[in-house]
Structures are given as C-alpha cells and as structure tokens.
Design a protein around this ligand. Structure first.
Ligand code: IDP
Length: 133
C-alpha cells in the first residue's frame, strides 16, 4: 500500500482544524497509519524543504514550520500521494479550487494548512525524516 507524509501545519493546529483535515483524509478512504504532534527543529525543516533552499521564501517557510507544533501523519492507501495532493488543492490558497482543503479553508501563503509529499520517492524520504523508519 502506498504511503505519503501529511503535515497539518501550525496554522491548521492553531485554528483547530486537525479534526477537519483528518476527516477529509479518512472520508476519501485513506488510512491514518501513524500520527504525532511534534515540534519541527530548524535542522528537520531545512532537510524537509531542501529543494526550496534557494527560493526567496525559504527563510519565511522555515520560520513558519518551526514556530509552532505540527501534526505529522503517515497516510496510506491506493495512490495515496496523488489522492492527498488532490484533497489539498493548489499551493496558493487564493488559487485552490473550492472543495479542496486549501480552497475551502485557507486564504493566503504561506498559511496553507497542509503539506503532502509530491511523489512516492519524496514520501519515503519525508516519512523517514519525520518517523525515522
Ligand atoms: P506544496 O506545499 O503545495 O507542495 P511547494 O511549492 O512545495 O508547495 O512549497 C512548499 C511550501 O512553501 C508551501 O506549502 C507554502 O507554505 C510555502 N510557499 C511556497 N511558495 C511560497 C511563496 O511564494 N511565498 C511564501 N510561501 C511559499
């Protein structure tokens, strides 16, 4: 069964949307295989977002993800990576379609509530980073 890493980011935790986001994932037919609330160290954030190291928003992004606890989940199911990406909607909430998590519940960057791995390879790497397996 394919697995992906989902994070409910700090804005989602603060706005008490953990349950709402899990509900959408479970309603889709996916399984929560593991779950933990945790702080993200600067080291973990820089590793997790390594592909964005050269981007102008990198510092803001690291600051955002390390400033408050997140909920990390291993989510499994057929085509879990793509299924979660579809549930999340476009990166920029201003452009995310209604019916998606970001489209329905978020307004602007970087506060877009969730992270989901963008490929099975990255999912494996990110699950190892957050769950050490
Ligand atoms: P994704 O989260 O939809 O996979 P990525 O392009 O991988 O999108 O970007 C990672 C995260 O970086 C986004 O979820 C968002 O929080 C933040 N981000 C992306 N682009 C910008 C930007 O232009 N300004 C501020 N934050 C951004």
């Amino acid at each position: 069964m394919e697995e992906t890493l989902v994070l409910v980011k700090g804005d989602g935790v603060k706005r008490r949307l953990i349950g709402e986001i899990i509900r959408r994932i479970e309603d889709k037919g996916l399984y929560i295989r593991d779950l933990r609330m945790m702080s993200v160290s600067r080291e973990l954030a820089e590793e997790h977002y390594a592909e964005h190291r050269e981007k102008p928003f990198f510092e803001e992004l690291v600051e955002f993800i390390t400033s408050t606890p997140v909920v990390a989940m291993r989510v499994g199911g057929d085509g879990a990576v793509k299924a979660v990406r579809n549930l999340m909607g476009a990166t920029n909430p201003a452009e995310a379609a209604p019916g998606t998590i970001r489209g329905d519940l978020a307004l602007s960057m970087p506060d877009n509530l969730v992270h989901g791995s963008d490929s099975p390879e990255n999912a494996e790497r990110e699950i190892r980073l957050f769950f050490g397996e």
